[in-house]
Design a protein around this ligand. Structure first.
Ligand code: MN3
Length: 202
């Protein structure tokens, strides 16, 4: 039972002007597809074959570079597409808003903290909002395709919002202006989906 590239729930041009069509086509159709194929090749014939991606990631042998990079790449991008929407933006509400306010005081302080984590991640990686059991939320970042469900990575907990800050995620449209890309991301965040993940994982 091999992993398959998930379809987007919106068109490649739906996140314009914040994320451009060409980037979406290449990012989903080439990069994510590549991680998916390489993950399948890396686990074929091993005892990881048939396990869920969550089980593979939480039980990751961090010395297994092929599974670490491609399993992370498969999971991280699947999360990334789902937490964006052409109808996104604004602010969270309900229990997620309460948890953010408890941790950071207010939404703007959370936004600054998340944006700083994304902007200062050196080289390639991800910025995350994670939820710990009990409902405490925390911002962190991780290098390459690692994520906080892997042993010893980032803030731990379960990622409910992720932002890809690899250059392939923004360079066509933003070139070296990563902070502009990070700022634009807030216009497409699907807070309904982030809240759903928060409620599922808290
Ligand atoms: Mn990417």
């Amino acid at each position: 039972m091999a992993f398959t590239l998930p379809d987007l729930s919106y068109a490649h041009d739906a996140l314009e002007p914040y994320i451009d069509t060409k980037t979406m086509e290449i990012h989903h159709g080439k990069h994510h597809a590549g991680y998916t194929n390489n993950l399948n090749n890396a686990i074929a014939g091993t005892d990881l074959e048939g396990k869920s991606i969550e089980d593979i990631i939480t039980g990751m042998d961090m010395n297994n570079g092929a599974v670490r990079n491609n399993g992370g790449g498969f999971f991280n991008h699947s999360l990334f597409w789902s937490v964006m929407s052409p109808n996104g933006g604004g602010q969270p509400s309900g229990e997620l808003a309460d948890a953010i306010n408890t941790a950071y005081g207010d939404f703007d302080t959370f936004k600054d903290t998340f944006s700083k984590a994304a902007a200062t991640r050196f080289g390639s990686g991800w910025a995350w909002l994670c939820v710990h059991s009990g409902g405490k939320v925390e911002v962190c970042s991780s290098p390459n395709q690692d994520n906080p469900m892997m042993p010893g990575i980032g803030c731990g907990g379960r990622p409910i919002l992720g932002l890809d800050v690899w250059e392939h995620a923004y360079y066509l449209n933003y070139q070296n202006r990563r902070p502009d890309y990070v700022s634009a991301f807030f216009n497409v965040i699907n807070w309904d989906e982030v809240s759903r993940r928060f409620n599922e994982s808290k």
